[in-house]
Design a binder for this molecule. Structure first.
Ligand code: M6R
Length: 339
């Protein structure tokens, strides 16, 4: 992953700027599965950093969910560039007068051919069915795009842009460091490998991180996992919680931290077992959690990438402890070319 991110960061700024110029008049984002989670994450980043709204829409729902396409751009994200739902969404969008900016890991894919412009993440081939390094490079590329758009729109000053880019450039090292801590996640995974269910909870941009953590766990370990916005528990899901129920909180020190502590307490009060992803040295969250994994303190927008790594490792170790091949989950194909 560090190498893949490093390569993606080499995409020339002038090229990113040309892609960002397609977004000036408003845009939607679309993708499926993990690629949709990248879109969702980016939509939060765009609203927080740029004060601009964009919608992340599941490709399989796009035709029914989006009406206003004339003169807009659709950012279509797909590792393979061959996902039928995503291609269907962009064909529809094109027919309604939208432009397409493709973000893919596969040069020469159908997505690159159908797009007005495309940006290739530089992950190298990804063989395992579960998207891992391609997710992190999608987040990286989308962040680069969002920052450039921020600069174009005047939402970011030159110095804010430079400082955000320099935070992003530290990512390969930070991810390498996170991977060195894999043993801790392995030890924790041994404790949880026999679970039947888990909630993955986050707020703000880390709702997408939580959804991705849950998807990784369910697709390769076959443990039922739900990822959703932590504030939603009280509207229904909390009734499933009984003593010992596993709740994984994505709780780094960002603008949502205060509220997420409240969500941890509400689950704890029902006897849930709390595993938290926290910023290094966050004693308060350490104390209220049964287990925790630390990530270093970084700029708010970098947490989703960093928190994703332990979640991927968690799914990987649990799958292998359960005797499953994490690269070949049942019923799934690397590229889903049917509608
Ligand atoms: O190739 P794509 O990024 O378009 O694929 C989209 C999804 O099928 C894919 O992300 C799927 O959810 C993965 N199995 C997730 O690990």
């Amino acid at each position: 992953q560090p190498l893949a991110i490093k390569e993606t960061l080499k995409i020339p700024q002038s090229f990113i700027d040309r892609c960002a110029s397609l977004l000036d008049n408003g845009f939607y984002m679309t993708g499926s599965g993990t690629s949709y989670h990248a879109c969702l994450s980016a939509s939060y980043a765009v609203s927080r950093r740029l004060g601009m709204d964009t919608r992340a829409v599941l490709s399989s729902e796009f035709v029914d969910a989006v009406a206003d396409l004339e003169g807009k751009t659709v950012v279509a994200v797909s590792q393979s560039g061959e996902t039928a739902d995503t291609l269907g969404a962009i064909k529809h969008a094109k027919s309604k007068g939208a432009k397409i900016l493709g973000i893919t890991n596969t040069l020469g894919s159908s997505l690159t051919r159908l797009s007005d412009a495309y940006l290739c993440t530089q992950s190298g081939p990804e063989i395992g069915v579960a998207a891992t390094k391609t997710f992190i490079t999608q987040l990286t590329a989308l962040d680069m795009l969002a920052l450039r758009l921020g600069l174009r729109r005047g939402a970011l000053s030159e110095s804010a842009y430079a400082s955000d880019m320099s935070a992003l450039r530290k990512l390969p090292k930070l991810v390498a460091h996170q991977l060195e801590g894999a043993d801790r996640v392995k030890t924790l995974s041994m404790r949880y490998a026999g679970r039947k269910d888990a909630f993955f909870l986050g707020r703000g941009i880390n709702v997408a991180t939580a959804m991705e953590g849950a998807l990784k766990l369910k697709e390769i370990s076959y443990i039922h996992a739900e990822g959703y916005a932590a504030g939603e528990s009280k509207h229904g899901p909390i009734s499933l919680v009984e003593p010992g129920f596993l709740c994984v909180f994505i709780a780094p020190k960002d603008s949502t931290r205060g509220k997420i502590i409240g969500n941890v307490m509400e689950m704890k009060a029902r006897g849930a077992y709390i595993l938290s992803l926290i910023t290094q040295g966050d004693r308060e969250l350490e104390d209220v959690s049964d287990d925790y994994v630390e990530v270093p303190e970084v700029e708010e927008g970098i947490y989703p990438m960093l928190c994703t790594v332990p979640l991927q490792l968690f799914a990987y170790y649990i799958a292998t402890i359960r005797g499953l091949d994490p690269d070949k989950p049942r019923n799934l194909a690397k590229s889903v070319t049917v509608l």
